[in-house]
Design a protein around this ligand. Sequence first.
Ligand code: ZN
Length: 304
Amino acid sequence: MTGAEFLHRLARVRTGAWKGQRAPHKPLLLLLALGRVVQGRRRLVAFSSIEPELRRLLVKFGPPRDARHPVYPFGRLRNDGLWEIPGDGLLATTSSGNLHVKQLRERDVVGGFPREVHQLLAANPSLVVTAAEQLLARHFPPSHHDGLRAAAGLRWDWSVTQRYPEQPESAAFRTHVLDEYGRRCSICDFDAHLGDRALGLDAVRLKWSSHGGPNDVSNALAACLLHQRALNRGALGLQPDRSGYRVLVSDKVAGSSPATARLLDLHGRPVSRPRTPALAPSASFVDWHRKWVFQTPPRLEEMA
Ligand SMILES: [Zn+2]
């Protein structure tokens, strides 16, 4: 098997629908298994030892109120050619085709990547990274990616551009956005320049290019590098109001210095508007950012 064949198989994993959205069970088990490769752990793991971990991830990252069955992916992933349970011919299945939880626990049944997949991954660390990122991008909103990497033990060094799927902006797009916002941060009015060039100011997309966000001024804000980062990490969001948008600060942002207090104080501040009213951020891009990137909940203080 080649790396490309493995990634193809991964992309074709059948997840089915689960309460109206794509079921996260198989992707979560795959992320845990990739984490085990990164950590150099054994190929096969007992169901009873991975069950609590998988259940925790389902509670945290799965759809709310689902039945949270770790047994479902442990058995079903075999059909995708990505999982092996040695001796599974001797195991009974339920009428719905799942394995029996009790039997898995009592017999200490083990499972894991098939041997050839495991050997391929163990020899290709960059393939593990690609596979994990592919699963994250296809099955989970960007705001969950850091938490999932940490929970699955997937730790690697990232350059900023790898970590945030935003690529450096094209010069024309950046210039257009900065000009529309008067070469100031739309969040805090930062407007330093060095000679005739803006200093530490960039165009930031609301809907990410990796998710189909276009290079339109209506999908962007001019922002200083701190607020660009804060928007991309979901520390800041936007809320519509009568005259445009106001800044939301996530309640998860914490810190005690006066500079951090200035960040927290942005909550409720109006976002600057572009010179051309028709190029103001469009509601669909703001909604996307609010839904997929912003780290809920917002701070609770009343907005001015
Ligand atoms: Zn700023």
